[in-house]
Design a protein around this ligand. Sequence first.
Ligand code: 6R9
Length: 647
Amino acid sequence: MTDELYPVPAEWAEKAIINADRYAAKYRESVEDPDGFWRREAQRIDWIKPFTTVKDTSFHEDDFNISWFGDGTLNLSSNCLDRHLATRGSATAIIWEADDPNERGMTISYRELHSMVCRFANALKAQGVKRGDRVTIYLPMVPEAAVAMLACARIGAIHSVVFGGFSPDALAGRIKDCDSSLVITADEGLRGGRVVPLKHNVDEALDQCTSVTRVIVMRRTDTDVPMTEGRDIWWLDAEAGVTADCPPEEMGAEDPLFILYTSGSTGQPKGVLHTTGGYAVWTSMTHEYVFDYRPGQIYWCAADIGWVTGHSYIVYGPLANGATIVMYEGVPNWPDPSRIWQVVDKHQVEILYTAPTAIRALEREGDEWVKKTSRKSLKLLGTVGEPINPEAWGWYHSVVGEGRCPIVDTYWQTETGATMISPMPGATDLKPGSASKPMFGVKPALVDDKGHILEGAVSGALVITDSWPGQMRSVWGDPARFFNTYFTHYPGYYFTGDGCRRDEDGYYWITGRIDDVINVSGHRLGTAEIESALVAHEKVAEAAVVGMPHEIKGQGIYAYVTVNAGCQVDEKLRTELIHWVRAEIGPIATPDVIQFAPALPKTRSGKIMRRILRKIAEGDISHLGDTSTLADPAVVDDLVANRPSNA
Ligand code: 6R9
């Protein structure tokens, strides 16, 4: 197979922070002498007390440990704010663009952001929040979301940001799991012209949670929302009477910074725990090298703060680097499919980082929406969240970037904290669809079923053989689950859950999840989570959920549902179940197809044969493979014969 190759443009090779020679030298150093490499890289962060140990890690069960810069102390909010004040205090930190193009946005300098964060940090303290407490943030994409995160980091509270699209039930689960004492929300959110009833959702969630004693509510739409006496307080009232003087808390490098819930292959979402020092070095370094970022450049990561991309590449990495970020409240295609490019022109964005699903959706609308904008400011494009198909890559490159902007296809996970495999624009010749080469300090390997490392051009399961500074440290409240999920499939290695191919040039091509996680529009969903939501419905006896190919979303959700005896299956129930799942988890989990099935294909030991269900969902019914181990092979014929018309 010959892959298209886009060589590094000459001006990038000349001017970039990392060129091909530097990449090779630094990569070699990073894996041969990690201590020396990271000791130097860590100087990008201001430490209160310098560390003496760099790396103390083992992935083996008997001495399992992940600790970086362990005896150093720092505060990440002061790395993102205070240290820029002397040289860049009046420089813009956040350019905020509202959902509605006619609403005035906001520009916030580093000095202003610093005082907003300090004031709000004092407000949190006044509400009783202490170092180590958990604070749940359920906000729209407004500057206050970044302020809330940084304020927690300033006082050593652990934030747990929950995406505004999650339902009250999903929010409640995440509040309960980490025992949050305080929730920060808004009256309502605005997204794509629609109102999101955030405060209402919080009220509903809190009916189930006893740990929360305070709710701070920011006014976004100024709607009247009920306020519970003694529990709820307006953001501005919480700030009344506190000063903007808040010395940063001295945090240990391994003190928790945040928890972020993500889906795995089993039922409950897990609270991915990140700590302070390693994460700071890792996000700042990757942001600088992957985006070739220089202060003054306008940088826009179009993710939501509710996902890890928003944590690492809207807030912590860029602000640690003194970047000017665009923060956008809305969606790329509202009020029309030109919006994203209009925002690029309006704010003269130089670096744009978005997801393949957005690119595919915009491509489908036609080139005119793009071409009627200038986009001359753009220098570099990025993608994240799922594999990008070469066709969409080509459109992004030639139509959006007019052939002039390299594309960095960044592969990483909530668990990895920041980018693991990615091109660097001045160093890496691009192959559309390949995340290309490992980041400094990252040692990827491909393994077979038995865990043997495969050499050369092969496919296998993607593992990482050694630790990197921004690796997650635990599953909140369940360290055993952390070890079991990531370090037992292939003992001694971190297992990503992804399949991958490596080509003759050593480029990595991620092929997608090989566990029971599906990736819908770049959002991770566990099939087990959707199944539990379905079976929680009184009419559902059993459910099996698999991914199916979807033109825009990458993967869609295909649910096989068996109803209880005597229950009628009809369109009404189908719609009811779709609404049910949306209410249980949130709109991102909306099933695309529900197939009612009298029975599911099972082995004699009672295991659902998902392989077959996946094939049927894909419409690949001539390749069902061996069905002889099934308890009742006739079940499969029924499923094939009764695929719904929208499948
Ligand atoms: C950052 C983020 C992680 C999963 C990951 C993989 C997929 C992310 C990708 C990619 C191919 C890329 N993924 N980036 N696959 N190419 N550039 O997305 O984190 O939400 O935890 O998802 O997303 O399957 O395992 P998260």
